[in-house]
Design a protein around this ligand. Structure first.
Ligand SMILES: O=C[C@H](O)COP(=O)(O)O
Length: 258
């Protein structure tokens, strides 16, 4: 399976950064056989970025959507609008939205269902806070989020992003063994719920992923790719993470042949 690397620009990016997005689109061509790449620019750049990169392998992703298709929701954007602007996917339940906008698991599930309704892929983000990790029950916390946030029905075209909130933007990451344990639990939870189809759900790791740690983290079993924040803002650092993902994908496919 190709690795999936998603860059999340969060509330960063002006029209002067469209050239940087163009560089990313050009730079990923050599890795496209091993890595699928998506970028989540701010809403104000989405349509222009998608138009500019049309014909490249770079796909675009919204950072959030409302669960209704239209209506009286000032300041919101629907999944249908994201699709119309050129998005193939949307992040739902990112911990920054859960904190800033009090989104709970039920709302995240409704948003994931809205993405499916609009034929775009929901990237469903789950992860424990520092307090939840220190309380000693991070696995239980994450498994509960997974159960409630992921909608029923076929899990095909659903992506899960495991992002420990305390690792986001801090330069701190869990130990590789802890990431392996969490991803194994998530995989088991998906298989228990969806049977063999649960094996096909891509599970990404996010939280201070960068060039220095990408080789190790992306090689962990059941880590199917990564969600990259800060390191995705410049083409050079984002392409370095993508190159690392391509190397890991090559090694894993060589091993699976032997
Ligand atoms: O969506 C991306 C994540 O929040 C990770 O952000 P970060 O790489 O800056 O820690």
């Amino acid at each position: 399976m190709r690795k999936l690397i998603i860059g999340n620009w969060k509330m960063n990016g002006l029209s002067s950064d469209l050239d940087e997005i163009g560089k990313i689109a050009e730079g990923i061509a050599e890795f496209s056989d091993r890595v699928e790449v998506m970028l989540c620019p701010p809403m104000t750049l989405l349509e222009r970025a998608a138009a500019r990169c049309r014909g490249s392998d770079l796909k675009f992703c919204g950072q959030n959507c409302h669960f209704d298709p239209r209506g009286s929701h000032t300041g919101e954007v629907s999944a249908e609008m994201l699709a119309d602007a050129g998005a193939s996917a949307v992040l739902v339940g990112h911990s920054e939205r859960r904190i800033d906008s009090s989104e709970d698991h039920d709302m995240v599930r409704l948003k994931a269902e809205a993405a499916r309704r609009a034929n775009i892929i929901p990237i469903i983000c789950i992860g424990e806070s520092e307090h939840e990790r220190e309380s000693g029950y991070p696995v239980e916390t994450v498994m509960y989020s997974l159960r409630v946030s992921v909608p029923d029905g076929s899990p095909s075209h659903v992506v899960v992003g495991y992002e420990p909130a305390w690792a986001i933007g801090t330069g701190r990451t869990p130990m590789e063994d802890d990431i392996a344990t969490m991803h194994a639990h998530i995989r088991r939870g998906l298989i228990d719920r969806f049977g063999e189809s649960g094996r096909l759900v891509r599970v990404l790791y996010g939280g201070s992923l960068n060039l220095k740690n990408a080789d190790g983290i992306l090689a962990i079993p059941d880590v199917d790719g990564g969600l990259v924040g800060g390191a995705s803002l410049k083409a050079e650092s984002f392409l370095a993470v993508i190159a690392a993902a391509a190397n890991v994908a090559s090694l894993q496919s060589a091993r699976s042949v032997v």
